[in-house]
Design a binder for this molecule. Structure first.
Ligand SMILES: Cc1cc2nc3c(=O)[nH]c(=O)nc-3n(C[C@H](O)[C@H](O)[C@H](O)COP(=O)(O)OP(=O)(O)OC[C@H]3O[C@@H](n4cnc5c(N)ncnc54)[C@H](O)[C@@H]3O)c2cc1C
Length: 287
């Protein structure tokens, strides 16, 4: 069943925020790939769509002094086509490559992906592992929040009424960094992740100083960093016994929900260690 919605298309961010603040039933509309299917299903849903696509402040990928700034309206396709992201933030690029299909990647935005806050959202683990920050603009103030504090629960983020996510900030690397993302899904092709993992390796060539970050999605209610696996893997040569121990602890530490539509907990446990090992091998830090 199709519902009728009012629609406005403000020309800048302040106008969009004022509209959101004035109208209780207003909702931000970016690519619409989560919003529109959701609104069609709900009764009594919000009725004023505030299309932010014409707001110039929300667009573009720019290198700034100490971070890479990604406008909230950046589409997954733009991430996929960005050479700097491919070279420096490879896990985010990997995630864009497995995201939906071309039509969805052309519309879906990174801002929409984090605000929708699905536990398996593709951009979740790369942003957690790169320690991204989220810039939020409201009527009176602009604030910047670490992604781990922004993403509160499944479908719930730290965003007040009248606030818009304006940018995502990825810290510039001070040391050499490599990274990868992988997921498993029910079908090859278009599906959401049944399990996602990002591994970031800082100082790949130097075991003593090397830091390894491991972020998981679709095993808890939000993406998160697995500190136990990180502690086992960081600051040492990786041999078979270390990898076996890291996999064992990783598997023991996750508690996927029984009711997931996409995969049984047993399957997630069986896959998570294999994905970790595969990504470490792809980056050449374990052979
Ligand atoms: C066929 C299909 C395949 C998909 N495949 C994948 C996939 O492989 N991986 C994956 O992670 N997701 C997938 N998705 C889900 C969806 O495409 C993504 O979550 C997408 O990134 C949402 O972005 P959007 O711009 O379309 O957001 P919208 O649908 O416009 O908005 C989503 C939510 O965020 C809010 N919002 C959007 N932008 C902002 C902002 N800047 N500030 C404040 N609030 C904002 C909206 O009000 C709404 O609540 C798929 C969806 C479909 C329909």
């Amino acid at each position: 069943m199709f519902r009728r919605f009012e629609y406005v298309s403000p020309l800048n961010l302040q106008e969009a925020i004022q509209t959101l603040t004035k109208h209780e039933q207003a909702v931000v509309f970016a690519g619409g790939t989560d919003l529109l299917p959701g609104l069609r299903l709900k009764s009594g849903s919000k009725k004023l769509l505030v299309d932010i696509k014409r707001c110039p402040e929300l667009k573009g990928i720019k290198e700034e002094q100490d971070h890479l700034s990604i406008g909230a309206l950046t589409t997954i396709r733009e991430i996929q086509q960005n050479q700097l992201i491919k070279e420096k933030y490879r896990a985010l690029w990997d995630a864009a490559n497995v995201f939906g299909c071309l039509e969805i990647r052309n519309r879906a935005t990174v801002g929409g992906n984090i605000v929708h806050a699905s536990p398996g959202a593709e951009s979740g683990t790369p942003l957690f592992a790169f320690e991204a920050e989220v810039e939020i603009t409201g009527l009176q103030e602009r604030r910047v929040v670490p992604i781990r504090e922004f993403w509160l629960d499944a479908g719930k983020v730290d965003l007040g009424s009248g606030e818009i996510v304006s940018r995502i900030l990825l810290p510039k690397h001070e040391r050499e960094v490599d990274s990868r993302y992988a997921r498993v899904s029910r079908v090859k092709g278009m599906d959401l992740a049944a399990l996602g993992i990002t591994v970031v390796v800082i100082d790949p060539g130097s075991p003593d100083t090397r830091e390894i970050r491991v972020a998981l999605s679709a095993v808890e209610r939000t993406p998160y960093r697995n500190s136990e696996a990180e502690a086992i893997l960081s600051h040492r040569e990786l041999d078979d016994s270390i990898i076996a121990f890291a996999k064992e602890r990783l598997i023991a530490s996750i508690h996927p929900r029984e009711t997931s539509l996409r995969a049984r907990p047993e399957y997630k446990r069986a896959m998570v260690g294999n994905l970790l090992e595969r990504l470490l091998k792809e980056m050449g830090v374990y052979r």
